[in-house]
Design a binder for this molecule. Structure first.
Ligand SMILES: [Zn+2]
Length: 587
């Protein structure tokens, strides 16, 4: 029994036996049958496993009747995701996975054809596995068999597959239920990243961020990107943390008594990149094209421009391009290997001098072209993308970005490193938003496109952000781009409260047609467990667009209900605090 859920050509997804109401009927029928037959027979004798719709794992001899079977040389991602799975199961059910496959009823075989011999054998009999696309996964749970499989096309596929399995599992104290599954799924887009604006919320909680990066991978995320913000520091080598002569740009940070040291920051980036790599993810680095340290030579500085500190450098001044390239190279080498490099044009960045105006084609390109060349020379495998954020601003020549796009369109001989355009997605933003006509402009250029969606810079409030209508508008923007050109992107996320929006985007990078409600159902099911329905109701009530006249009262009641019914593991997750904080606006 199979039914197709999606019709996208790039995506095949077959799920069977997953409908809860069918399971309910089958369970009830079985109950009566068993009641009748126990008059004559022992229960175990009539149990026919081939008719089971799920398998139930409990404890025997002190360990769970489930063990994970890795290959002889498992990858770091396979080992780590096994730990995460074991921790999650223990945390939610109290069950400890068995370390031995002897005397253990169920074996979860996990890995790729290359890392696990058992998978190689299994794959030879299942052609779906051979046809998995990049980062795809295959999950097989047949309750009549003792072996369960999560097979990835890549490390990222294995991790995402285990994440999917975790979300299908049902957790109860002392009991883990795994439904019958046969899923074969390949993500629609190759770059399923997350841009973490690291400065305050994330970098101040490095342990939580490490874990968060891993959890994003469980939802299919295959890259993290950071911005190394040169302008925060006096120089790359600075060990004092003192501000340069013009450092008032960052006064509000320094006033808190914090001193930022570039080498400390580099160490943090390396740490988070390592966490990401261990999960089979890519590393991304965003750099502002004409960024500079506070100690930049005065004669090379910009004419002031919106959103850029005064010590940024003008690429039209003698010697400045060479200096900027050396600085960029220094950062790039310190953080290598970098898979994806984004050259950012503005906000901050730019120059308004005569020689640099209009900025996209006259100023930006003077530095972006040699910068791309330099990075490509150092690391030929790095994807180099040109971002066009904020270029609709009149200061940046209004529509001169179109001339930049024209100069790089598919009919032109472009630099060999040029991977494509990263386009802002911010319908509420006057200068970064793109009209339907403008989106079509990119389609006509016929170059690969990634998006840089704004999911956190607007309507900031305390606690978890929920705004389905806004998200739907972003979804229609994504689907406005030619699917053949659309390669994914990096949502801009600046603090923990964008978690749901992050998951929404990761789900779309996998399948851009998936509805927001379906994604929220999956989210609620995973993070509220047995109270998923009430949790889901609360998320809808917290929606910024919710117009319910009794919203306040309903939020209080729903939260109170959850407070008294959710298992402890729900409350121990930091997401719970974000949700409570979001509710506190209505208390
Ligand atoms: Zn200039």
């Amino acid at each position: 029994m199979k039914e197709s859920l999606f019709n996208l050509s790039q995506l095949s997804n077959y799920v069977f036996n997953q409908l809860p109401f069918k399971m309910g009927i089958i369970k009830r029928m079985k109950k009566y049958l068993i009641l009748g037959l126990t008059l004559f027979l022992v229960y175990g004798c009539v149990q026919d496993k081939s008719k089971e719709t799920s398998l139930v794992i409990v404890e025997k001899h002190g360990t769970a009747q489930l063990t994970v079977v890795l290959g002889t040389k498992p990858s770091a991602a396979e080992r780590r995701v096994t730990e995460l799975l074991a921790e999650r199961i223990k945390d939610r059910t109290g069950l400890v996975l068995s370390r031995s496959d002897k005397n253990t009823e169920y074996h979860l075989v996990l890995g790729t054809v290359a890392t696990n011999e058992k998978i190689k054998t299994f794959a030879a009999k299942h052609r779906d596995i051979e046809t998995l696309g990049a980062d795809g996964y295959y999950i097989s749970v047949d309750p009549s068999e003792s072996e369960l499989y999560v097979i990835g096309q890549s490390e990222s596929g294995v991790v995402a597959g285990v994440g999917k399995l975790m979300r299908e599992m049902r957790y109860k104290q002392g009991k883990l239920e795994v439904p019958a599954l046969q899923i074969s799924e390949t993500p629609q887009m190759p770059n399923r990243g997350m841009y973490l604006w690291a400065r305050r919320y994330y970098f101040d909680n490095p342990d939580q961020l490490d874990r968060y990066i891993e959890e994003l991978a469980l939802w299919g995320c295959n890259g993290v990107s950071f911005w190394f913000e040169m302008a925060m520091f006096n120089s790359f080598q600075d060990t004092t943390g003192n501000q340069g002569e013009s450092g008032d740009w960052y006064n509000h940070y320094f006033k808190e008594g914090k001193k930022y040291l570039p080498q400390e920051w580099i160490t943090k980036y390396q740490r988070f990149y390592n966490t990401a790599r261990r999960m089979g993810m890519k590393t991304g680095l965003l750099m502002v094209a004409n960024d500079a340290y506070m100690s930049s030579p005065k004669e090379m500085r910009i004419e002031p421009i919106i959103g850029a500190p005064g010590w940024a450098m003008c690429p039209s001044k003698p010697g400045s391009v060479e200096q900027m390239l050396d600085w960029q190279e220094e950062v790039f080498r310190a953080l290598s290997p970098i898979d994806i490099f984004n050259i950012f044009p503005a906000d901050p960045g730019g120059c308004s001098c005569d020689e640099c105006t209009p900025w996209p084609t006259n100023g930006l390109w003077k530095i972006a072209l040699p910068l791309g060349d330099r990075i490509h020379e150092i690391s030929p495998g790095t994807e180099i993308w040109i971002d066009t954020w904020h270029l609709n601003h009149p200061t940046f020549g209004g529509k001169d970005w179109q001339n930049l796009v024209d100069s790089l369109d598919s009919s032109k001989e472009t630099p060999k490193w040029f991977a494509g355009f990263e386009v802002g997605m911010a319908p509420h933003h006057k200068f970064a938003g793109m009209s339907a006509e403008e989106r079509n402009y990119y389609n006509n250029a016929k170059r690969p496109i990634t998006v840089f969606p704004d999911i956190s810079m607007w309507g900031n409030h305390e606690g978890m952000l929920v705004n389905k209508e806004y998200w739907k508008s972003l979804q229609s923007e994504i689907n406005d781009y030619d699917p053949k050109l659309m390669k994914g992107g990096w949502p801009y996320t600046e603090r923990w409260n964008t978690d749901i929006a992050n998951i929404v985007f990761l789900s779309w990078f996998k399948n851009s047609k998936k509805s927001v409600d379906t994604i929220l159902d999956e989210y609620a099911s995973f993070y509220f467990g047995p109270e998923a329905e009430t949790g889901r109701k609360l998320l809808d009530l917290l929606d910024d667009e919710n117009k319910d006249s009794q919203q306040k009262q309903k939020i209080r009641e729903t939260l109170a209900k959850l407070e008294s019914t959710v298992p402890a593991w729900v409350k121990n997750d930091w997401r719970w605090n974000e949700i409570v904080l979001s509710c506190s606006r209505f208390m």
